[in-house]
Design a protein around this ligand. Sequence first.
Ligand code: ATP
Length: 380
Amino acid sequence: MAYRICVIEGDGIGHEVVPAALEALRATGVSFDVQPAEAGWECFERQGVALPEATLDAVCQADATLMGVMFSPSRLVEGYRSPAVTLRQRLGLYASLRPARSWPLSRSRPGVDLLIVRENTECVYARPEERRGDDMAVVERVITRQASERIGRKAAELAAGRRKRLTIMHKANIFPLTCGLFRDAVRQAAQAYPDVQVEEVFADTLAMRLLREPERFDVIVTTNLFGDIISGEAAMLCGGIGLAPSASLSDTLAVFAPVHGSAPDIAGRGVANPMASMLAGAMLLAYLGERDAAERLTAGVEAAIHAGAITPDLGGRATTNAVTDAVISAMQTGRPAQAEPARPPALPPWCALDAEAELAFLQDDSVLLEPLPDCSALEE
Ligand code: ATP
């Protein structure tokens, strides 16, 4: 039986990377009936609406959705709101899963295998109506117990199936009410998974520690805005945003997409990296229970990287089509992916470990769990 998948190309390089991912998905041998749907800036310009009701219906009726990227201008446009944010909120896609792992590239840190679980519906995205006067602008941050417990449960469940370590990323020293509620609710939810070791790390400290010791992290759960930012950092540690996939899940619906944006600077030139979309496709296969196909597609990406079939964003010269051919041929020949000897990239001087005491501080979780001194005057 063919799976029914909704496919939304979106804008910019979405028209290049999504067809490439679809080609790779079909090459796994799994059957799909594709339902194309529209959303994004180009759709808004054509139809006056960024996320048509027909697209929401198509996502709801599909077994899963493969989505490209949607452009959002960094200025207020009457009637336009990020369709990706609207989609998550309208369909209750409350959990964004953003895995980051090492790849056989010299620019990829070895030993990384982590999963960021980002709460997808609240925080400063919950009420998007920013208010602005002449000299002041305000946005509200909303955190609820229900949404925090829900994402906490999901993250703990995922950690239980991995290395059993859950890190709560928050900033409760500065936002004791909003981040405090999030932290408490996640801790509460995680009690249902007694095997999972729970720790908490302040958001700014985690941004540093992720650079210093990324291999130490397993599942990181956090609020919407922190999750957006830290997943960009994690993607760069592992080679770049062209290799970062994501899933947005409710309890019944699933939308898979690359983390990157529409990249208008390279759109239409045939050099966009399709691997993030292919890896989103592999997550889609795993979600559908097609584990073997998911592993073959991921191995195909790894083999293509190993063979040097990479686009300019990863330091190569291959086109989108050449990468797609390399991934598909690696899948079909079953050539095993062999990682080249891992070589950590040189760290910038400000990141180099130069004092044992500093390292011990960073590795000592208890530092973060003790009652906090009042250091608000020192915080930005
Ligand atoms: P948007 O405004 O839609 O968020 P963006 O291009 O500004 O899109 P990013 O996705 O963060 O946002 O991309 C930043 C830059 O990284 C792009 O301008 C592009 O040069 C590069 N880039 C992003 N994705 C890819 C990709 N898949 N392949 C190659 N380069 C990419």
